[in-house]
Design a protein around this ligand. Structure first.
Ligand SMILES: [Zn+2]
Length: 220
């Protein structure tokens, strides 16, 4: 069984890398953000609590995150292991988590802040159909228009330079103690998140001693 934590700033490709790991290694990707989004969409009690917190402009509390992760792991549907993202959020949770689940490693995706800004600030959204675009990687065919429905693309409300700077500050502040603790136990693997996703995945597998990643184009 393989148990990993994946850490990285917004835009570092945590979701993509976790999916690539989960695909052929049968790991379960546990994303705290996805769990919260699910609860909000399905109007659960927890979802209402999360929505209230976010509407007040606050971050979901560490204790609530911890409870959600525990409940999720208690389902024991991860026979081959898991990759968890969005947890732990503080040193105490990291310590507890490491002891309880006997982690195999922490993947730390490293992306310089200026590259995060470049990636995040190039995101565009179609308010008509919800399609995401990126002016670097997924440009619309006609500038500023959705390929699917033709609606004019917009910038997400929280993708302003100021909001991003605040999120980056918050991320570094919260992450530092967790990373330090993991580093003391020597389980952290730093991976450069700047190359293309397939390259990053290959590097992750190399440092974790996992079977090599075969891009789909090579397999078919
Ligand atoms: Zn559209």
């Amino acid at each position: 069984m393989r148990k990993y934590v994946i850490m990285g700033v917004q835009g570092s490709g945590k979701g993509t890398q976790s999916e690539l790991l989960e695909n052929d290694l049968d790991l379960v990707h546990i994303s705290v953000g996805d769990i919260f989004r699910w609860h909000v969409q399905h109007h659960t009690k927890l979802g209402a609590q999360v929505r209230r917190t976010m509407n007040a402009g606050e971050l979901v509390g560490d204790d609530l995150v911890e409870k959600v992760v525990r409940d999720r792991l208690d389902q024991h549907d991860w026979n081959f292991g898991f990759v968890i993202d969005g947890f732990p959020r503080n040193g105490r949770q990291a310590e507890f988590f490491m002891e309880t689940y006997d982690l195999d490693g922490v993947i730390h995706l490293e992306l310089p802040d200026d590259e995060v800004r470049r990636r995040v600030l190039s995101r565009r959204l179609c308010p008509g159909c919800g399609m995401d675009y990126n002016l670097i990687a997924d440009r619309p065919k006609v500038e500023g228009r959705c390929d699917i429905c033709g609606t004019e693309l917009i910038v997400r409300e929280d993708d302003t330079p100021e909001a991003l700077a605040a999120r980056l500050r918050d991320y570094h502040e919260k992450t530092r103690p967790v990373l330090e603790l993991f580093r003391r136990k020597e389980v952290v693997h730093d991976v450069d998140a700047r190359p293309a996703p397939e390259k990053v995945q290959q590097e992750i597998r190399r440092v974790l001693d996992l079977p090599e990643y075969q891009p789909a184009s090579v397999m078919s």
